[in-house]
Design a protein around this ligand. Structure first.
Ligand code: TA6
Length: 309
């Protein structure tokens, strides 16, 4: 990472955090902030200009490798879910990432944003698990309206001429006041695979989605914009995504919550995962090819019309 000016130093700081793990704190001049652990390149906090936390992080999260951190934005790569040969959601979220000191030219999309570039390359151990060389560059950007953008660039750097195939998700845990007062819009009438029913394929009904029991659905070929309305907080989250056709919606509800040691029994009431993903159609890269997947998160006050409709 090149030398930073004093003001830049204020805006990007590396600090020792839980269990001696290091994290990067990005501070935007209007007051918003983001925190990212090098462990898993894991965003664990995203606060708006009023200092309100927008992501859910379990009070029982275990900040100890190799256990992934419960909450924030786990990165699922090179495998979403536990259906492949790798551990659930792949290994990127429980590896130590580093600053990418010489990223290939990737112009920031606006000068008034602060960002960091992180990189992950496979270790010898990883190559035994998943025999493919790659460079995974992650840019985390915080904008002037507290908009948080994650841009992944994954390149096949194999010299053996072999392509590789992967699935991917930004497993985002949104903080909500009360899950029974939350509505998701943008997924109506779409097909989905229901993980609670042996991943069978169904079609969503016409209305926006609300929650009264466990949900674990992979919506297919979704729009680029999905919104999550928190009635009590009068807050709407917006997810804009690119290169990620699917969206996973997950809330464990009470029974499953009780089976998770790193998740409080009642915490299901205050979180909802809506995950920009590429699951139905795995991505294949030939040597030298690069894939990009981006999600931009923002919040807007919900108008009463939106909330009551
Ligand atoms: O994204 C939904 C999901 O695949 C659920 O099936 C559940 O397993 C969740 O991810 C959490 O997975 P994790 O491995 O982080 O406990």
């Amino acid at each position: 990472m090149n030398e930073m000016s004093t003001s830049e130093q204020r805006s990007v700081e590396v600090v020792k955090a839980i269990n001696g793990l290091e994290k990067v704190v990005l501070r935007e001049i209007h007051g918003s902030s983001v925190e990212v652990y090098f462990y898993g390149a894991h965003v664990t906090s995203w606060k708006n200009e009023h200092g309100e936390e927008l992501l859910f992080l379990s009070s029982k999260a275990i900040f100890k490798p190799p256990k992934p951190i419960r909450g924030g934005i786990p990165i699922c790569f090179p495998q979403f879910s536990n259906l492949g040969s790798l551990e659930a959601h792949g290994f990127a979220r429980n590896r130590l990432w580093t600053f990418d000191d010489n990223p290939p030219p990737f112009p920031a999309d606006a000068t008034n944003k602060i960002f960091i570039d992180l990189i992950l390359r496979p270790t010898k151990e990883d190559l035994k698990l998943w025999p493919h060389s790659f460079e995974y560059r992650l840019r985390i950007t915080l904008g002037p309206r507290a908009d948080l953008m994650l841009t992944s660039r994954i390149r096949n750097t194999s010299t053996d001429g072999k392509p590789f195939t992967f699935t991917f998700a930004y497993h985002t845990y949104f903080s909500v006041s009360d899950i029974s007062e939350v509505r998701v819009e943008g997924l109506e009438t779409l097909d989905y695979l229901d993980n609670c029913q042996k991943r069978e394929r169904f079609t969503e009904q016409g209305d926006s989605i609300t929650f009264e029991s466990e949900v674990d659905k992979i919506y297919l070929s979704t729009p680029t914009k999905i919104t999550i309305m928190d009635h009590e907080k009068k807050r709407t989250f917006s997810i804009r995504k690119d290169g990620l056709p699917d969206a996973v919606v997950w809330n464990p509800w009470d029974k499953k919550a009780r089976t998770m040691a790193d998740f409080g029994d009642d915490e299901y009431k205050h979180m909802l995962c809506v995950e920009a993903a590429a699951v139905e159609k795995p991505i294949t890269l030939k040597p030298g090819e690069e894939w990009r997947g981006r999600q931009e998160l923002s919040t807007v006050p919900s108008s009463s019309k939106q909330l009551d409709s």
